[in-house]
Design a protein around this ligand. Structure first.
Ligand code: ACO
Length: 325
């Protein structure tokens, strides 16, 4: 069977207009700009307006990615949305975005791996493309975490923001090689024993409500550093690459201290890490493509660069991916 590699043809992102600063937040809960900056590196986050849904954010990000790729929605064979904050319990947010962008062919579905969702969606689309079952795919990470936060819980509500990012993947003949453009490798993991450390306490089947995010921050922090570090080591080991081969680290943007902890442990130079957490907060599945787009837009990430993405999220789920841009 022929083999295809999934080349990133375009990147796009969207952030809602409303900005919530730490100063404004400290009028809502007992917190301070100083505490939030010191513990998380976050200065501000974007919050979706009333009536602005996850699909609206994802739609604009997808349109921008299509524009960057110079492609039309009608050329897409598949559309995958990573989200833990869908517009509706069903249908999938992916089919809503499919309609919004005018894609009337192919197939669309959601994946839920929370903050690691983008990596799971990327690996899924890459598998379809590799087998020739799809030529072009939109991979979107879109979230409105502001809707599932307990705005009276200062230990969680200061951490998250809303936003979306998207990439267009396009199949090119040939297996992924080290020098060629495309998704080089990915590694996914999950371990359901840690549900209670990070979860939402509601859902259609259990409580018939949406629920609020609950987290044991300290313990999530420890697991994040260990598991992210091991998945980076795994993708490098599997491909025979080293940290020095990587041009840009585009991590999930949870917390500046997690980014620094992982970088210290693996010897990743600070100047090669793309960070947006100070401006965006944690946008869950949106954060990797948002950060990637920031790097592409300001000219740091260029065609041919090797990008390493990583994340850990509720579940726990975690993983890493190597992509030659
Ligand atoms: N403002 C002021 N004080 C606060 C706030 C706040 N927003 N939140 C908690 N505190 C207080 C606590 O009540 C506690 O007070 P006490 O000592 O009087 O009891 C004190 O600060 C210390 O609390 P800790 O929870 O021990 O603070 P810690 O240093 O662990 O920082 C944090 C908390 C920032 C949540 C950290 O644990 C963390 O970043 N964890 C990772 C979690 C994360 O990023 N999750 C995102 C989803 S998963 C992912 O994306 C990787």
């Amino acid at each position: 069977m022929s083999r295809f590699r999934s080349v990133v043809a375009g990147v796009g992102s969207y952030l809602p207009k409303n900005v919530l600063t730490n100063a404004a937040l400290s009028k809502m809960v007992d917190t301070s700009d100083e505490w939030i900056r010191q513990r998380t590196g976050i200065h501000q986050r974007h919050i979706a307006a009333e009536g602005e849904n996850t699909s609206d954010l994802g739609t604009i990000a997808a349109q921008r990615a299509l524009q960057a790729a110079g492609m039309e929605a009608g050329e897409m064979d598949m559309l995958v949305v990573a989200t833990a904050t869908p517009d509706l319990t069903f249908p999938a947010t992916a089919t809503i975005i499919q309609k919004n962008i005018g894609m009337v062919r192919g197939f669309a579905f959601d994946v839920n791996a929370v903050c690691s969702g983008f990596l799971f969606a990327l690996a899924t689309a890459d598998s379809f493309i590799a087998r020739g079952q799809a030529k072009n795919a939109l991979v979107i990470g879109a979230e409105t975490f502001s809707r599932i936060l307990d705005w009276e819980d200062r230990s969680t509500c200061v951490l998250f923001g809303d936003g979306a990012g998207a990439i267009v993947l396009s199949g090119e003949p040939g297996a992924p090689g080290m020098g060629e453009r495309g998704v080089v490798h990915s590694y996914l993991r999950s371990d359901g024993r840690f549900t209670e450390l990070l979860y939402v306490d509601g859902g259609p089947s259990s409580t018939k409500t949406v629920g609020h995010l609950r987290m044991s921050g300290n313990q999530v922090f420890r697991h994040a550093i260990t598991n992210i570090s091991s998945s980076i080591a795994k993708v490098l080991d599997d491909t025979g690459l080293t940290i020095s081969d990587v041009d840009w680290f585009v991590p999930h943007q949870a917390n500046q201290r997690i980014l620094e902890g992982v970088s210290r442990r693996l010897g990743i130079p600070e100047e090669r890490v793309i960070t947006t957490v100070s401006q965006h907060g944690n946008t869950s599945a949106g954060s990797i493509p948002l950060a990637l787009d920031a790097g592409v837009q300001d000219g740091r990430v260029k065609e041919g660069d090797l990008v390493l993405m990583e994340a850990l999220g509720g579940g726990f789920t975690w993983g890493a991916a190597l992509v030659r841009m």
